[in-house]
Design a protein around this ligand. Sequence first.
Ligand SMILES: Nc1ncnc2c1ncn2[C@@H]1O[C@H](COP(=O)(O)OP(=O)(O)OP(=O)(O)O)[C@@H](O)[C@H]1O
Ligand code: SF4
Ligand SMILES: [Mg+2]
Length: 400
Amino acid sequence: MSTAAQPSEPGRRQETPSGAGRRTPDPDADILLDVRDLKVHFPIKSGVIFDRTVGHVYAVDGVDLQIRRGETYGLVGESGCGKSTLGRAILRLEDLTAGNVLFEGTDLASLKGEELRRQRRHMQMVFQDPLGSLDPRQTVEQLLLEGMRAHGLTKDVDARQRLKDLLTAVGLPRTALSKYPHEFSGGQRQRVGIARALSVDPQLIVADEPVSALDVSVQAQVINLLADLQEEFNLTYLVIAHDLAVVRHISDRVGVMYLGALVEEADADDLYGQPLHPYTRALLSAVPVPDPTVEDDREQILLVGDLPSPANPPSGCRFHTRCPWRQQTRCHDERPVLRVPDLPGTPAGHRVACHWAEQIATGELQPHTVDPAATGREGSAPHDPEDRVDPMELTEQVQQ
Ligand SMILES: Nc1ncnc2c1ncn2[C@@H]1O[C@H](COP(=O)(O)OP(=O)(O)OP(=O)(O)O)[C@@H](O)[C@H]1O
Ligand code: SF4
Ligand SMILES: [Mg+2]
């Protein structure tokens, strides 16, 4: 985990204002995970006798991302934008509709059966709801041994000692081994979930909302634990969260997802320091700032309307039904690609999917310069107007 705020040696741990330790990852580290144009479309079935496919939910619809070894990649976005599906697809817990998931250069999309099972050992998941993800009939010992046995890790090592080491690593007493999940607090249960993921000695951990179900007081402890474990076990993380503050404190890089695709990606400090996509700006403007003077002066963008249905996504830029900067050309009929904008000083790793990113960043385009009624072309085929945000509802209140 890193901070770009101060220069530091790669791999060196630093303290952040949150108290969570962050490291600067090695910029020369190899790419552990390379996701290419990944798509997961769920069929929508209809009919009692004949199971007809009448449409698809485009949960993940063309995601490219790379994660370097030892890095933490934070993935944020509204509920339903496809974060969990992407995480599960990377671990091949969902069938891939298209695209590739290269793990250490091996394409998981092409693996089946035993080969896939062996690769899975290197990639584990930590879930949002530790109680729901742990079998209530198994003790912690049984839970931890299950994965180790499946991957033959109880043969050569002293399994008992390994179990104790795991508990020590996640900060649980050894007596925890004989207990059942319901006997723990939420934070302790999440520690059990993390120990289970660690039990098979993975390289990549996909943590899906690892602290959202926990009390605020416990969230920081679990975040700090993840940071400590990363250093101790040289882990690579994909951390999924809807809380931008959580992601900021632990991520080296952050990807912002909207309706199945990334709309912006950058080093954490670059993204928070200079958000370029209107959606990212809106998300960040909703995060409270403790300083009342800063809070009063800063940009506030209130998005209206819910996330459109991923079964019927808007044409062109998927954010155009809610975008305060929407223009009459391109936005509604040309899907923007993730690209490095032509702005002086923008780092190569800062990518944004907006046709007008440059003009928005320089202030040449202002929000509300477009009459929403004049852009009301969203109802054009093949999309159903019923599923859309009414253009006349585009009354975002933007205060600079
Ligand atoms: N197995 C499935 N079959 C059909 N649709 C699904 C399935 N799993 C997820 N979806 C749909 O795919 C979309 C993305 O869901 P996903 O759970 O990935 O979102 P998310 O970003 O993780 O949301 P949240 O923040 O609420 O967890 C949603 O519309 C969801 O209803
Ligand atoms: S492409 Fe258009 S609609 Fe999409 S974010 Fe940029 S300005 Fe808004
Ligand atoms: Mg989710």
